[in-house]
Design a protein around this ligand. Structure first.
Ligand SMILES: Nc1ncnc2c1ncn2[C@@H]1O[C@H](COP(=O)(O)OP(=O)(O)OP(=O)(O)O)[C@@H](O)[C@H]1O
Ligand SMILES: N[C@@H](CCO)C(=O)O
Length: 324
């Protein structure tokens, strides 16, 4: 359940009145998501024909100084024709407002559903849209450092400590040394752009093969484009528990990406290591969350071992995985 803050109908109506979107008709809390509180908002619309939005209240994990970067990025990508929801600005032009001491933003609602078991056609289109997003971001002036790179993964796992990691699973402590080794050989000069860096199936809304929306840009940052493809590969091409690889999905993703932007030989060469770094990024954040979240909390903890299995797969299979 991701509505951490209760807002009264009056408070919501007053908030919506700051936007040129008509009057509030209904507001429903959205159960999906764990980071922020989200509501599905219906209004009468500017022309009385009705309009729908997502209201997000930023609860944790987001540096508020980064918020203008994330919200302006949505506007930029949407203006470039990418399937990304626009930020609705208030009557004074602000992209976010304050409510009960927390930042809130009104975001365009886009249709579509997240898929659990993608088809090849869907993976191809997701790869293509990822490449379009990278190219469209080149004209975006702002930048943001990746705060969750390989060195952070090593640091986070080290801070968790071997004993706490071993309590989750005996295979986890070894990932500390692996993360350090990956960080040491991390490529420094691959072509960069703004990357999504968390493009899991639940952050893509689809209708059939069509990508209707990429959402949840709150980890977006400036980094290697091939790393973003590696994250997406790790997120889409395996069963949820990471035990079985779906080669047709992995290949379709890369082919879709290359139908828009060809990978350089340096990027292709780096993909096996980038994919290990991607797997470690999610091992580390999941392990940290596991330790910090009580077992009886309302939020379901995500299993770090699902990404340890991916890590082992990428290390074992090497470049074969990314050879078309
Ligand atoms: N622009 C949008 N258009 C339509 N639906 C959306 C939009 N943004 C979010 N949603 C819906 O709201 C749900 C929660 O959003 P989101 O995944 O961004 O939550 P979060 O808590 O911010 O993220 P997370 O838990 O992934 O860190 C999504 O699964 C999706 O169903
Ligand atoms: N998509 C991530 C959560 C955001 O960091 C995961 O599945 O672990």
């Amino acid at each position: 359940m991701a509505v951490y803050t209760q807002l009264s109908a009056e408070t919501l109506a007053e908030l919506i009145a700051h936007y040129d979107v008509g009057e509030l008709v209904s507001a429903k809390g959205i159960a999906e998501g764990v980071s922020n509180s989200n509501w599905l908002i219906d209004t009468t619309g500017r022309d009385g024909a009705g309009a729908r939005f997502i209201l997000t209240m930023y609860e944790k994990r987001i540096e508020l100084s980064d918020l203008p970067f994330f919200l302006d990025l949505l506007d930029h990508l949407a203006a470039q024709g990418c399937p990304v929801p626009r930020t609705i600005h208030d009557r004074e032009g602000a992209s976010f407002r304050w409510l009960d001491g927390k930042a809130v933003a009104l975001i365009e609602f886009l249709p579509g559903v997240s898929v659990d078991h993608p088809t090849q056609g869907q993976a191809f289109h997701v790869g293509a849209v990822l490449a379009r997003m990278h190219l469209a971001s080149e004209s975006f002036a702002a930048s943001r450092a990746n705060t969750l790179g390989p060195e952070t993964s090593a640091q986070v796992l080290g801070d968790c400590g071997e004993a706490a990691l071993a309590e989750i699973d005996p295979a986890l402590p070894a990932t500390i040394a692996e993360a350090r080794a990956v960080a040491e050989s991390w490529p420094a000069d691959l072509p960069r752009a703004i990357i999504h860096s968390d493009l899991f199936p639940d952050n893509v809304l689809m209708r059939g093969d069509e990508v209707c929306a990429l959402i949840d840009f709150y980890f977006a940052c400036t980094d290697a484009m091939a790393y973003d493809l590696a994250v997406t590969h790790a997120a889409w091409s395996f069963s949820a528990d990471g035990r079985s690889y779906r080669p047709e999905i992995g290949q379709a993703l890369v082919q879709g990406y290359e139908s828009v932007r060809k990978l350089g030989s340096d990027e292709r060469e780096a993909l096996p290591l980038l994919a290990q770094g991607a797997a470690l990024r999610f091992v580390s954040s999941r392990a940290q969350d596991w330790i910090e979240t009580p077992a009886d909390a309302l939020v379901t903890r995500k299993d770090p071992m699902a990404f340890v299995r991916r890590l082992e797969f990428y290390r074992r299979e090497g470049k074969e995985v990314f050879t078309a």
